[in-house]
Ligand binder design. Structure first.
Ligand SMILES: C[S@@+](CC[C@H](N)C(=O)[O-])C[C@H]1O[C@@H](n2cnc3c(N)ncnc32)[C@H](O)[C@@H]1O
Length: 289
């Protein structure tokens, strides 16, 4: 059981048992098209399958962790310093590396390492880009941040060995999932209030039409014999009304990352699935409905 290396908005650590309790007891391969920090994927450590995210810097990090000697990334991580001046230089370097069309293996290693460092030292562990695609989160205040993450780099290296990593729209999974597989979707949420805009992971955003596209994909996967579990915010549940194969469960979630401190706390979350109760693992569920 591994743990995420990044702090990531919408991270699912508090909901792991509710989510995985609805997974089927048995499945072939596991796919996670909105992997983000990967709390569910790394908890599960599936033997084989795929992960995906539209964020190319995140994908570079996971590819470097999978493909390079973990000790090389750990050594690079140890080169960083804890100062505000260093943080802003590192942020500039991270954005300059992102602009390069072609990168050497060492430039990719450096970009991955800078990502871990910035994520661990930036304000609230946020990921935000400006309209030019530059990472623009200011420095945070931490007494003793751990940006080396040696144990996690080693654990994630092992966990990722038989995983295919994609950097495209979530619909890629239509081409890779086959009968008996499991797909867990954790898309960017629709804002639950004007102060809780969690759609800001990527300059392009995620709107209602994307949520409809996702629903249509979920229905197609169901027809292909694929198990589907989907997390989302309550307003999205209405898109699944009348889709008989899917049931909607409401659970409470504590959001760890929120730019408005007063808005932290319990927020209802919906889990939508075509896995029928008798096929679910359930052993980890806190409530039985
Ligand atoms: C709610 S987060 C996933 C959080 C993850 N479950 C975790 O535990 O950290 C949603 C992710 O979807 C990605 N994303 C946004 N639009 C996408 C799209 N069209 N296709 C694939 N990924 C997308 C974002 O970059 C973000 O990392």
């Amino acid at each position: 059981m591994a743990a995420p290396i990044l702090k990531w908005a919408g991270g699912k650590r508090q909901l792991l048992s509710e989510i995985t309790g609805r997974f089927p007891a048995e499945f072939e391969r596991y796919h996670e098209p909105f992997v983000g920090g990967g709390a569910v994927y790394f908890h599960l450590e599936p033997e084989n399958g795929s992960i995906n995210d539209l964020n190319d810097r995140l994908v570079t990090l996971y590819e470097v962790i999978r493909d390079r000697d973990p000790e090389a990334l750990i050594a690079e991580n140890r080169t960083h310093e804890h100062s505000e001046e260093y943080y802003y230089d590192a942020r500039d370097e991270f954005n300059e590396l992102h602009e390069l069309d072609e990168k050497t293996a060492d430039e990719r290693l450096r970009e991955a390492s800078l990502f871990v460092y910035l994520n661990r030292t930036c304000f609230n562990g946020l990921y935000r880009e400006n309209s030019s695609g530059e990472f623009n989160v200011p420095v945070g205040r931490y007494a003793n941040p751990d940006w080396v993450q040696a144990d996690r780099v080693r654990a994630l290296h092992d966990a990722l060995q038989d995983t295919t990593i994609h950097n495209e729209d979530f619909e890629y999974v239509r081409g890779v999932a086959t009968e008996g597989d499991l797909v867990y979707f954790d898309p960017p949420y629709e804002p639950v209030s004007t102060t809780a805009d969690f759609t800001d992971y990527h300059a392009e955003g995620f709107d209602r039409d994307d949520q409809r596209r996702l629903r249509d994909l979920a229905v197609d996967l169901d027809e292909m014999g694929v198990s589907v579990v989907l997390s989302n915010s309550p307003p999205v549940a209405e898109l699944y009304e009348g889709v008989d194969q899917f049931t909607v469960h409401v659970v409470e979630a504590t959001r760890a990352i929120n730019s408005d401190a007063d808005n932290r706390g319990e927020v209802a979350e919906v889990l939508i699935t075509n896995v029928r109760p008798e096929r679910q693992r359930r052993t980890t569920l806190s409530t039985f409905e």
